[in-house]
Design a protein around this ligand. Structure first.
Ligand code: F6R
Length: 223
């Protein structure tokens, strides 16, 4: 698979913002899947600047920790702070995986499913919180986070002991049903896993490698 190399983080954020902008303008009632983490922060800033009309958009987040959703480090809080409170999306149209997980999937699929899914990639090749070993046909479910992910995400918490050990994540099968997928990665530490995932063997040991089987994926990287 082709990995498009971009000049810098600004270009990465702006190029993916162009794709989201086109999607929302062409189809105001779009259903989007959105990531958290450090990678999409520039994208969200860029989208806010563009003052798009989000009034008909329905957003689904990829994952959420098993924790109090009002906690400042929850993904609910992250999304409110970095995007939802800065645009005219309706709070009722912002969804996060919840239990029962099959009801969450039903909600995603009411009227034609997901139009555009934006992903980041973890240093162990995870997408959403589908850690290595996740089944390619997995659905939204509760998962245990690996030591590596807990370590990587501890930078967002006061201490590593505060990082939740479990999360609810969309499954790989769920993600693969999106009509279009964009994978964003930045930083030299992501390049190797990105190459392995996009051009190596398609294996459940590297969850992102399943994207090689999707017919509309674009992968953008900057160091
Ligand atoms: C978060 C998510 C994760 C992150 C990945 C990369 O919603 O789905 O898979 O995309 O862990 O995180 P950052 O961007 O912080 O390197």
């Amino acid at each position: 698979m082709k990995i498009k190399l971009l000049k810098d983080y600004e270009e990465l954020s702006s190029l993916v913002a162009n794709i989201v902008e086109t999607q929302i303008k062409e189809q105001p009632l779009s259903k989007l899947v959105l990531p958290t983490g450090s990678t999409p922060l520039g994208l969200y800033d860029e989208l806010v600047k563009r003052e798009l009309d989000w009034s008909l958009v329905i957003a689904f987040n990829l994952d959420e920790y098993i924790m109090n959703i009002d906690h400042p480090y929850s993904y609910h809080s992250y999304m409110r702070k970095n995007l939802f409170d800065r645009i005219n999306i309706y709070p009722d149209n912002c969804h996060f995986p919840f239990r029962p997980t099959l009801s969450f999937e039903d909600k995603m699929n009411v009227i034609k499913g997901i139009d555009l899914c934006i992903l980041g990639i973890g240093s162990n090749g995870h997408i959403a919180f589908n850690e290595p070993g996740s089944a390619f046909d997995s659905r939204t479910r509760v998962v245990d986070l690996t030591e590596q992910t807990i370590k990587d995400n501890s930078k967002y918490f006061d201490s590593i002991d505060d990082v939740p050990k479990q999360a609810i994540t969309m499954g790989l099968g769920t993600i693969m049903e999106s009509k279009k997928i964009i994978l964003m990665a930045n930083g030299k530490h992501k390049l190797n896993i990105l190459k392995v995932a996009m051009n190596g063997e398609v294996t459940e040991d590297v969850p992102a490698s399943i994207l090689q089987k999707h017919n509309d994926v674009e992968v953008f990287y900057c160091d």
